[in-house]
Design a protein around this ligand. Structure first.
Ligand SMILES: NC(=O)c1ccc[n+]([C@@H]2O[C@H](COP(=O)([O-])OP(=O)(O)OC[C@H]3O[C@@H](n4cnc5c(N)ncnc54)[C@H](OP(=O)(O)O)[C@@H]3O)[C@@H](O)[C@H]2O)c1
Length: 233
């Protein structure tokens, strides 16, 4: 996809990865709307990028997730690209996680991206790209992160099925499944402490791969833990 002039919504722009992707897409000429939960950080990034329009959302509110996509598409006069870069972690033994935490994880990490993705596909006129950060946990469900892994595996499965449905329409579905990256996400977990994790990539490396992948029409970006290298198609 040509990035110059691409009508783009970045959801989760207040996060470390989302902010990096937004900055990089803008450098390549994309027209942005930024969506996020933390109003102060969202406004600061919007100012940094030259008074880019913003939309606030809480991902637990699924109706609002769909409405944010409509607001962005209305503002931009259509939608070519949705980047989903929000999410939350939780750690601890699988049997100890309570229903409230599990519901929170599945809503924010699985259902909210699905709500945005469904509306985005409806608003794309025959072509476009849905680029969603799930996680390596979809490929390697990990002890100590059972519910977090389940939320990402569910999202990744949905993206795979949607990709098959959308292929003929010309909508590209890009599932991004990074390894651990030091963004501070683990320290903002809903509960529990992350086990020691080896960083598989840096923020800048991931941002570059995501933006290149969007431009090149890639469908998957994953990480081989044995070979410690990126894979995808
Ligand atoms: N870092 C890693 O190692 C890694 C690896 C694989 C996948 N990922 C995935 O990459 C994505 C981005 O993570 P990151 O590393 O950039 O972490 P981050 O800096 O903590 O960003 C998380 C983003 O999610 C938003 N968010 C969390 N809960 C929300 C809610 N209820 N409603 C609306 N927004 C909410 C945060 O908004 P606020 O600014 O308002 O808090 C923030 O924008 C996540 O989906 C994560 O699972 C990360």
């Amino acid at each position: 996809m040509e990035l110059n002039g691409t009508r783009t919504l970045v959801a989760g722009a207040t996060g470390v990865l989302g902010g990096g992707i937004a900055r990089s897409l803008q450098k390549d000429g994309a027209r942005l709307v930024l969506a996020g939960r933390d109003g102060d950080r969202l406004s600061a990034l919007a100012r940094e990028l030259g008074d880019v329009p913003t939309a606030g959302f809480e991902a637990l509110d699924l109706e609002r997730c769909a409405a944010v996509v409509d607001e962005a598409a209305d503002h931009l006069g259509g939608l070519d690209l949705l980047v989903v870069a929000f999410g939350v972690a939780a750690f601890g033994p699988g049997e100890e996680a309570g229903d409230v935490i599990i519901e929170h994880l599945l809503t924010v990490n699985t259902m909210a991206p699905m709500a945005m993705g469904r509306r985005a596909v409806q608003r794309m006129d025959g072509s476009g790209t849905l680029a969603v950060i799930s996680a390596i946990l979809a490929d390697v469900p990990t002890p100590g992160m059972a519910a977090y892994s389940a939320s990402k595996a569910g999202l990744s499965a949905w993206l795979t099925a949607l990709r098959g449905e959308q292929r003929r329409r010309g909508v590209t579905v890009f599932d991004i499944r990074p390894p651990h990256i030091e963004t501070g996400l683990a320290g903002r977990a809903l509960e529990g402490e992350a086990p020691p994790m080896k960083e598989g990539a840096t923020r800048d490396e991931l941002v570059g791969l995501v933006v290149d992948g969007i431009r090149d029409g890639r469908r998957e970006l994953a990480f081989d833990l044995q070979k410690r290298e990126w894979t995808g198609r």
